[in-house]
Write a protein that binds this ligand. Structure first.
Ligand SMILES: [Zn+2]
Length: 64
């Protein structure tokens, strides 16, 4: 049986991932492990303060 080959363009793949990521952030936020204490928290665009240790994770969009 032949294998299906996917040819992925790295740049367009990354762009697609980033677009999906930004869309997800806008809608629901996303789960992220706090860099300070490791607790899972849901972050959205802007400043997100960890409920456990107070680490502020800032999510910025559209930076180039
Ligand atoms: Zn934390």
């Amino acid at each position: 049986m032949d294998r299906i080959k996917f040819e992925l363009d790295k740049d367009s793949l990354e762009a697609a991932v980033m677009a999906a990521f930004e869309k997800a952030v806008d809608v629901d936020g996303f789960e992220y492990e706090c860099p300070g204490c490791g607790v899972a928290m849901t972050v959205t665009s802007g400043d997100n303060e960890c409920p456990r240790c107070g680490f502020v994770l800032t999510v910025k969009k559209g930076e180039s």
